[in-house]
Design a protein around this ligand. Structure first.
Ligand SMILES: C[S@@+](CC[C@H](N)C(=O)[O-])C[C@H]1O[C@@H](n2cnc3c(N)ncnc32)[C@H](O)[C@@H]1O
Length: 859
């Protein structure tokens, strides 16, 4: 009794008290809480079935953890007191009635989770208990297969026994992931463990035998017992944890010695028996009697037969030898002819069965065919090949992953196409796109060696390109691919960034404008170029620029093409050239003069705006992230400035500049109205004006690596990138920088368009009012009844009123909240501004005022 009390006390651990404190019906609640903490299956489920649920602590946990309005059904042999948000009923989970009842509760639903904590009425015998618990698990699994939704959970308690491995195997066939775990609240002394099975595979057809305990727990023939090991390695004894073998309810097994001699499987007999006897039965066994009398049946043999369980390897050997001799005597043993084959068999077997096999040679020992040398080699080769394939597959997978990542990065705009080439080569191809071999293939290498990149004017190139047509095609395809990728990148960028789009459109507009004046189109150029390349060489063409005018049309086109675009039409850009072709410049000597031209060009290059007066930077320009900020003097440069000038002009035409006198004239006394818009230009102008530099020096200084840059044939992305970073750096003085800064500040200080408009509207309204007033006062003055004094005072009053009303704001109407003005929205019949007040607010305000008065009075 005392012992019983002690045991009962030991069971009242912290979980017991915790369960009491929290109001759970059993400490088992914490097992589910801890399982759920690890696998979070309750939160994910909207429908749950609790098998063997009484007294209901798991149901309590499920009800408080699962989402609201979840369907929770519990069943047990014992009645369950009602639990809020759950449906419970009494039933045996092994019966069809229980299945039908669950079906009735679930209707069309499928369970996301089936939990099972069943325990049969234990206590009779351990093996029996474990078996029935496992049977119960199979029954619960059967129900789970009926009701679980695909990917559902099955959580079950299993008692550790020899069948738990079989159960685990079954779980693994039905679920994607199976884990065994023991929550901390499960007592260590208990053999219970829990299986959490995730991802129900929901097979369409399931063999009923699969979940039948008869088949599921059936013993596999002799697989577990290794008789050979028992005989040849008797010293190595395995502890038998399961107790007696299934179906083997006696401890002692014996057989007659004659049976041992006659058997085909002596090893099995020696491994499983306890004794070989020589006892004669009443009906008699002649073989046994003969055996008993045999001289080979020595006392040692008899002693060994007495207790086989204590024998060692040597003794077993002795018994086997004795058996063979006896069989010889009885004529059972047919010796095989001794040949090389049998010898090799014996040797092979010998290695396996040691010396015992020698005695058994030619009769009972299983023989293995030795592996042929050639086959061995073949197998090795196959193995190597498999290994190689594996490595290749791994490599390919890695490459694919890299490519995949690259694509994702491209799609997310994290990578610009300039980076693609580098990575496109893949991990193996470190040199990537920039391999010299590829460059050479495209013929670019030879051009670089000659010191130029232009491809159109090399006659020998044509021949080469015929030979290397295929290679060029590859290069072209690559280039086209890069171009299209760059276009896609630009489009994406424009979608994201309106400034980029605005910039592109400006650029396009300018390009169109230029084309308009250049007077030839690209296609013609190409054709002409094709015709002329054979006959001309760079050197000839560049030798004498004065001969340009004498050349035929085709030659002129070709020459134009060969020069940088900036130098077209007398050193001016197409647009500038067309500008100076106007009639008004005809009589001006300086315009056509080359020196003048180049001067203008250089001024343009250095930021001197030859066409327009100082302008306020346009909104679009301000926004453009890549254009230099007005204050950002360092970043301004030749080529960009060229763009800048044209941009401003372009917008200037659309801009509303207000009064006409602000609109700049394009000319000043027949000459271009020159203004200085950058610090570089200001510095340059200052240096020229003060004679610090001469024109010659200026020209020399302007001859830089950027002067004759040939951009034809270069991809757009490259040019864009170059335009951003590769710029001429011109010197600027501190004074010039300061002056430009001041100028920009003054420009920025101008009111914005909207403010100007508002002011204009105000002025216009005032003018209207004055007009009205004027008309009224005229009427008053003409009225004959009034005296002059009255007329004057009336007019003065009217004027004063008008003046007063000018600044007067319309009154704010106070509306009482509540009644018909309940709720949101404008109160009915109220126009203009209004303020809602309620009686409470009024009272509060009054109270506040009274209080303030009191405080003041006391002071
Ligand atoms: C450990 S209790 C379950 C405790 C429960 N999980 C809780 O949290 O309260 C085991 C239950 O299994 C039930 N059980 C055993 N065999 C059953 C069967 N064939 N059908 C239904 N319930 C069964 C028992 O009645 C017992 O209530």
């Amino acid at each position: 009794m005392a012992i019983q009390k002690k045991n009962a006390k030991a069971r009242l651990d912290k979980y017991y008290y915790l369960a009491k404190e929290k109001g759970y019906r059993a400490r088992a609640a914490f097992k589910l809480i801890q399982l759920n903490k690890k696998y979070s299956f309750l939160q994910q489920s909207k429908c749950l079935i609790d098998l063997c649920a009484a007294p209901g602590s798991w149901l309590q946990v499920a009800a408080e953890t699962m989402p609201v309005k979840s369907l929770i059904v519990g069943v047990d042999l014992s009645p369950i007191k009602p639990i809020p948000k759950t449906i419970t009923f009494q039933g045996d989970i092994t019966t069809d009635k229980c299945r039908a009842t669950i079906r009735g509760h679930l209707k069309t639903w499928k369970a996301d989770c089936v939990i099972h904590d069943g325990a049969p009425n234990v206590g009779t015998a351990w093996v029996q208990d474990a078996f029935s618990q496992n049977e119960l698990v199979l029954s619960s699994l059967k129900l789970a297969t009926d009701f679980l939704a695909p990917n559902g959970f099955f959580v079950t308690k299993v008692f550790r026994s020899k069948d738990s491995a079989k159960l685990e195997w079954i779980f693994k066939q039905l679920f994607a992931k199976v884990e065994q775990t023991k929550p901390p609240s499960s007592r260590n002394v208990s053999a219970e463990t829990f299986y959490v099975c995730r991802g129900y595979k929901a097979p369409k057809n399931l063999d009923p035998r699969f979940l039948d305990p008869k088949y599921a727990f059936a013993e596999v023939e002799d697989a577990a017992v290794n008789m050979e090991a028992r005989v040849f390695n008797p010293e190595k004894k395995k502890r038998k944890r399961d107790g007696y073998e299934e179906g083997d309810w006696t401890q002692f097994h014996e057989a007659s010695a004659s049976e041992f001699v006659q058997t085909q499987d002596p090893i099995k007999m020696l491994g499983s028996l306890n004794k070989l006897h020589f006892r004669q039965d009443p009906d008699g066994d002649i073989a046994l009697a003969a055996l008993d009398k045999l001289p080979e049946t020595t006392t040692e043999v008899r002693l060994c037969c007495e207790d086989l369980k204590v024998l060692g390897r040597k003794e077993f050997k002795l018994l086997l030898k004795w058996r063979l001799k006896a069989r010889d005597r009885f004529g059972f043993r047919q010796k095989k002819p001794v040949g090389p084959e049998s010898t090799s068999d014996a040797t092979t077997a010998g290695t396996k069965h040691d010396t015992v096999a020698e005695g058994a040679a030619g009769e009972e020992v299983a023989t293995l065919e030795p592996m042929d040398e050639e086959m061995k080699l073949q197998e090795e080769v196959l193995h190597m090949k498999e290994l190689q394939d594996k490595v290749k597959r791994k490599e390919r997978r890695r490459n694919n992953e890299v490519k995949q990542k690259e694509i994702v990065r491209m799609q997310m705009g994290m990578m610009v196409p300039t980076e693609i080439g580098i990575e496109a080569g893949g991990p193996q191809n470190d040199e990537g796109t920039f391999r010299l071999r590829d460059v050479d293939k495209a013929g670019i290498g030879r051009q670089i060696v000659r010191g130029r990149m232009h491809t159109a004017v090399e006659p020998e190139k044509k021949a080469e390109s015929e030979d290397e047509g295929e290679e060029d095609e590859v290069g072209d395809a690559l280039e086209a691919q890069l171009d299209s990728m760059y276009e896609q990148y630009q489009e994406r960028r424009e979608d994201r960034d309106a400034k980029a789009k605005a910039k592109r459109m400006r650029k396009e507009a300018n390009a169109d404008h230029d084309d308009e004046f250049e007077g030839f189109d690209g296609e013609d150029e190409d054709e002409d170029r094709g015709a002329e390349t054979d006959a001309s060489s760079d050197a000839d063409l560049l030798e004498d620029e004065d001969d340009d005018a004498d050349l035929e049309d085709g030659d002129a086109t070709l020459l134009n093409e060969l020069r940088p675009k900036d130098q077209m039409k007398g050193g001016l850009s197409g647009r500038a050239a067309s500008f100076f072709q106007q009639d008004i410049f005809k009589d001006l000597g300086g315009v056509d003069d080359e020196g003048e031209d180049s001067e203008v060009e250089k001024q343009r290059d250095s930021g001197v705006d030859v066409d327009s007066p100082p302008l306020k930077p346009t909104e679009a320009e301000d926004e453009d992230e890549e254009d230099a900020e007005p204050m950002d003097i360092d970043e301004a440069s030749g080529e960009e400035e060229d763009d800048e000038i044209e941009d401003v002009q372009q917008v200037e035409e659309d801009e509303d500049w207000g009064s006409g006198d602000e609109k700049p004239s394009l000319e000043h006394e027949g000459r271009p109205n020159i203004d200085i818009i950058t610090a570089e230009a200001m510095t340059l102008a200052h240096a020229l004006a003060t004679g610090k530099v001469t024109r010659q020096q200026l020209e020399d200084d302007n001859f830089t690596k950027y002067s004759h840059r040939d951009t034809d044939g270069l991809p757009e992305w490259f040019l864009d990138d170059e335009g951003k970073h590769s710029k001429t750096q011109r010197p600027i003085s501190a004074e010039a920088a300061k002056a430009i800064k001041e100028k920009m500040r003054a420009l920025n200080a101008r009111p914005i368009k909207k403010v100007r408009e508002a002011k204009g509207r105000k002025t216009m309204r005032a003018a209207h009012r004055m007009e009205k007033l004027k008309k009224k006062s005229e009427g008053l003055a003409e009225g004959g009844d009034l005296s002059e004094k009255d007329k004057a005072s009336n007019i003065a009053k009217m004027m004063a009123k008008a003046k007063k009303g000018q600044n007067k704001r319309p009154p704010v109407k106070v509306v009482r909240a509540g009644g018909q003005n309940k709720g949101a929205g404008r109160p009915r019949g109220v126009k203009g501004k209004y303020k809602m007040v309620d009686p409470r607010l009024k009272k509060d305000v009054r109270g506040e005022k009274r209080l303030q008065k009191k405080i003041k009075g006391k002071k």
